[in-house]
Design a protein around this ligand. Sequence first.
Ligand SMILES: [Zn+2]
Ligand SMILES: [Zn+2]
Length: 183
Amino acid sequence: MFIDLQELERQPVDFDEEFRPGAIDLGPDFLQRSGLRAAGRAQLVEEHHGKHQTIKDIRVNGELSTQLEMACARCLEPVLQDVKRSFDLLYRPLGVDAGREEMSVTGAEAEISYYQGEGLLLEDVIREQVLLALPLKAICRQDCKGLCPQCGANLNSETCSCAEPAEDPRWSALKDLRSKLEH
Ligand SMILES: [Zn+2]
Ligand SMILES: [Zn+2]
């Protein structure tokens, strides 16, 4: 859905969209497992600078929810992740802040990005928000044992015959010390 600046000049645009899996490209690391619902409002925010300059910002706020699948950071098995996020964003025309060290912060809490041309794609807004809502890592369960570093076996479901990793000499020194203290 294209958020058209010209349309916003007439009135705010409300949206309530359901994106099926694949409609928004989330990259190779995430699989969308349910519809992605995004609802909210886009509106024009005009900034007046002096008598002659008006900057047209687009404010997009709303909320989204979906369910994604990502790989467990330890064992690589799929983990389902519920994603829910509300957002309040301000898009300024690209280039408007060029050469300026500081820009006037318009919306106190709003995050600021840029748009180019005649408007922006809702899909791009949503993609960015979904990726921001995701944790950097997910694990399938707290006690996930992960993969054997030597043969790659999933240690949650199988045991392998690789030797135990050699003990770190610092730990053995500590153990010696402890046994001396105990006796
Ligand atoms: Zn795991
Ligand atoms: Zn192994």
